[in-house]
Ligand binder design. Structure first.
Ligand SMILES: Cc1ncc(COP(=O)(O)O)c(C=O)c1O
Length: 396
């Protein structure tokens, strides 16, 4: 028996639901790439992405790439072979960025972290203080790690770097956080920030964004790893096609232009608040269900939990049947756990184009699944989620 026929919900941490308006924006003929409206679209996208990153003095770049591409772009434009970077571990993705760095000849040191905790600013400060010769050229960190569900405190990490007096660049991967949680590139003193189109930004996969602050642009002048496709200098050139190092990804740009319009209509603050409320609702449900010990939020401290993705660990219970139930019976896809948590948990993506109906629907399907499958849990998770939303709407 299945009840899945209807609008399918994609509740994974990227790619995410693309709004119908954004899909429709792509449904048009190709246009000239040398003159005409596409030049305005590029301008809108570059200005819009700077606003979303909260950068006024940084330079924005658009790549036809995914998140991995932005890692290469950030590294190759600012560093040279043999330079050292410090990777701040808090799950899977900063480690992956470090692996990409190693492959292009950068020396990588990992500041050991924990899969269930945010990066410790004091540990960063101590490590940078010990680097008296300034061997570390850049610090690499993710704002939200999509594998662990952690939210790293970027302003606190910046303060730790400042306190150490170290001059390394601060590079922040905002792939799973931009357009979901507050990020203030300029106010927080971030030197390079990156994101992809396919998560909080509600567009199809394929566009990737990098904003380079003034200090990163200065480092670019002597960077030895520059290459033709990623190169910021080439992309600053006078011709429109140079911004893309070739043919612009027209239809993805039309889509992204529309996503930016939707974000600006809701306001960034409104977007962040929606994510915060819906994430809190998910966490409230998990807390109730988890009273019987079969599941818990992966990230231990509540204040370190991301508002864009919830990673839930299962204790002594296989999460696969629950995922199958909500998909096959209810028409909702939730994410598998990855990395150290593979096979041991699930991830609920609540980022981008997601509303209360989708979150409450997902939680209801999960609670039904817990009941049907006999997974030990306390009932009332959905009620707790409703209470969170009710309070946010002004209830008691
Ligand atoms: C935090 C983070 N960084 C980087 C990536 C890599 O992005 P992509 O898969 O688009 O290459 C992901 C993907 O999920 C991510 O979550």
């Amino acid at each position: 028996m299945t009840l899945r026929y209807g609008k399918e919900f994609l509740m994974i941490p990227g790619p995410t639901n693309v709004p119908d308006e954004v899909l429709r924006a792509m449904h048009r003929p190709a246009v000239d790439i040398y003159e005409g409206p596409l030049l305005q679209t590029t301008d809108d996208c570059l200005k819009g992405i700077s606003r979303v990153f909260r950068s006024t003095t940084g330079k924005p770049y658009i790549y036809i790439a995914n998140g991995h591409g932005t890692w290469d772009a950030a590294l190759s434009n600012t560093l040279s072979r043999g330079d050292k970077v410090l990777v701040l571990e808090s799950g899977r993705f900063a480690i992956g960025w470090g692996e990409a760095a190693e492959l292009i000849g950068i020396e990588v040191e990992i500041l050991p972290g924990h899969w269930r905790k945010a990066v410790d600013p004091a540990a960063l400060e101590a490590r940078l203080r010990a680097d008296t010769e300034g061997a570390i050229k850049a610090v690499l960190v993710v704002q939200v790690d999509t594998a662990s569900g952690v939210l790293n405190d970027i302003p606190a990490l910046r303060r730790a770097m400042d306190a150490s007096g170290h001059g390394a660049l601060l590079m922040v991967d905002c792939m799973a956080s931009l357009g979901c949680v507050p990020f203030e590139m300029e106010a927080w003193g971030v030197d390079v920030a990156m994101a992809g189109s396919q998560k909080g930004l509600m567009s199809p996969p394929g566009l990737a964004f990098v904003v380079a602050g003034q200090k990163a642009l200065a480092a670019h002048k002597t960077a030895g790893l520059r290459n033709s496709y990623m190169d910021w200098t080439f992309r600053d050139g006078p011709e429109h096609y140079m911004k893309y190092c070739g043919t612009p990804p027209e239809h993805l740009l039309f889509a992204f232009q529309k996503s930016l319009e939707l974000i600006e209509e809701e306001t960034l603050e409104g977007v962040w608040r929606r994510h915060a409320i819906l994430a809190e609702a998910v966490r409230a449900a998990v807390e109730v269900w988890g009273c019987k010990g079969a599941m818990e939020m992966n990230i231990l401290k509540p204040e370190d939990r991301s508002d864009s993705v919830s990673v839930i660990c299962f204790n002594g219970v296989d999460p696969a049947p629950l995922r199958s139930f909500v998909k096959d019976v209810c028409g909702i896809t939730i994410g598998i756990a990855i990395g150290d948590l593979a096979g041991k948990g699930i991830r609920i993506g609540h980022m981008g184009h997601v509303n209360a109906a989708m979150v409450l629907g997902t939680l209801s399907a999960m609670e039904l699944g817990l009941r049907r499958l006999g997974i030990p849990h306390e009932s009332g998770g959905v009620e707790a989620a409703i209470a969170v939303i009710d309070r946010a709407l002004g209830g008691n």
